[in-house]
Design a protein around this ligand. Structure first.
Ligand code: ATP
Ligand code: MG
Length: 434
């Protein structure tokens, strides 16, 4: 993409309600803009990042044997009345009426609709197991939409639902999804922990959350300093009465506090702040029984499906990457999430040699399928550099005055190091770096 053709409305100032780095930088960098409370538009850069994350999620799920579907975003309220969840969802579920006075909801989650889809279509144990997912818009009328994409009202979620003939098989799939989620978050380049979560009435190891470690996280978790054990404080008796108090505390304050309990491996436990980006849950027969979704087992007996559900906050992940990867100047995208890997900056657009080299390198990298931006804008060098920092391209090739001596610089956004390199070697160097 040529910068002169791109729509990247960067800004010096962030809106006054933007307190977190991801909220500030995603707006200032021209990735997203706010349409209303908890409602965001994705502009070209934001859309590229969102699609990259979506693609990685899809690739790993498909490899694990899941099938993608797409359910209607608007669901008849009758489905929710039958499952008995209308009350429990409360005001978070937005209800609407059509011209015939029929009531609908904007899907906040889709257990009911997915059970309904499978019911009477999957009738025998021979058709099981089955794991269906979608990556689709959700709407939750959150009491306090805030922090940009971290807590929106309209957001993109991957929601998956699996159907089984036995509890054992459901647990097998649950474990497979845990491994699959780990692959997804590892590919995204994130530092994360899997933690035991509150599984309400079901108990046991029935619920796990995936938290991206970040000082700004809304959740408080404890992690072991030695093994990979972690838990949401909600699950630990020691903290039962202090959950809100601890969640209010900043990471700096939490560091001062000691966790009395030791890990079962004997090592110390520490508080961390986390952003919940995934949640997997063993449901059992809660929804299948309520909605009478049954299959016949090997002996011809009718039984409700054993189920599990799996969620990933796809749009929240865009922000989580930045909460974990930024500095005072802007975004630092991981390789898997960067909207463009390379930015070629022509410092002086009036210098023919600079322009020619920029164009030549741009074409060569494009031919090699490298995601590359050519900054052919008329702005001054200082402005271009600030913009590149804010947007967070992993590498910027700076074509400047040194070109007279046959050199350009390669700037690494994460390390902030500049490396002078001979023009004849710049293509190979870039291919090696990315
Ligand atoms: P939270 O505790 O953060 O409100 P939740 O437990 O209600 O989330 P789930 O129902 O488990 O969320 O939804 C699955 C995933 O969807 C979450 O792990 C999270 O990543 C994402 N998600 C939930 N609510 C929002 C929101 N308001 N904005 C963006 N992403 C969200
Ligand atoms: Mg959750």
């Amino acid at each position: 993409m040529r910068r002169s053709r791109a729509f990247i409305p960067t800004a010096k100032e962030a809106p006054s309600d933007a307190t977190l780095p991801s909220h500030k930088f995603l707006i200032r960098g021209g990735f997203i803009n706010q349409q209303g409370a908890g409602l965001y538009n994705f502009m070209p850069l934001g859309k590229i990042v969102l699609e990259k994350i979506r693609t990685i999620v899809k690739e790993e799920l498909d490899l694990a044997g899941c099938s993608e579907v797409q359910l209607s975003f608007v669901t008849p309220i009758s489905l929710w009345e039958r499952s008995g969840r209308c009350e429990a969802m409360g005001k978070e579920m937005l209800r609407i009426k059509d011209r015939h006075e029929n009531e609908f909801v904007l899907s906040p989650t889709n257990e009911e609709a997915m059970v309904e889809l499978v019911k009477n279509r999957v009738t025998s144990y021979k058709d099981l197991p089955l794991n269906l997912y979608q990556i689709n818009t959700k709407f939750r009328d959150e009491a306090r939409p805030r922090y940009g994409l971290l807590r929106g009202r309209e957001f993109l979620m991957k929601d998956g639902y699996s159907f089984h003939s036995s509890i054992e098989d459901m647990v097998r799939e649950f474990n497979l999804m845990e491994e699959t989620y780990k692959k997804i978050f590892t590919r995204l380049g994130l530092d994360f922990r899997v933690v035991a979560a509150d599984s309400g009435a079901i108990g046991g190891d029935g619920s796990k959350e995936f938290h991206v470690l970040a000082d700004s996280g809304e959740d408080t978790i404890i992690v072991c300093e030695s093994c990979d054990y972690g838990a949401n404080i909600e699950t630990i008796d020691e903290f039962k009465d202090k959950i809100d108090e601890l969640n209010e505390k900043s990471y700096e304050d939490l560091k001062e506090l000691k966790v009395a309990q030791k890990c079962s491996c004997g090592a110390n436990l520490h508080f961390k702040k986390g952003i919940e980006v995934g949640h997997i849950f063993q449901l059992g027969t809660k929804y299948s029984a309520a909605l009478e979704a049954n299959f016949s087992d090997e002996n011809g007996r009718s039984k409700p499906f054993e189920m599990a559900t799996f969620g990933i906050g796809v749009s929240r992940l865009v922000a989580a990457v930045i909460e974990q990867n930024h500095d005072e100047n802007g975004c630092i995208w991981t390789k898997a999430t960067a909207p463009y890997m390379v930015n070629i900056m022509i410092s002086n657009i009036k210098d023919v040699n600079q322009v020619n080299l920029g164009e030549e390198l741009y074409e060569k990298l494009q031919d090699s399928h490298v995601e590359v931006m050519l900054d052919d804008g008329k702005e001054r060098f200082g402005f271009k550099m600030k913009d590149a920092e804010l947007i967070g391209f992993p590498y910027t090739v700076i074509i400047g005055k040194e070109l007279e001596g046959g050199l350009v610089q390669i700037y690494d956004r994460r390390t902030k190091e500049n490396t002078a390199i001979n023009v004849s070697q710049v293509y190979d160097k870039i291919m090696e770096l990315i």
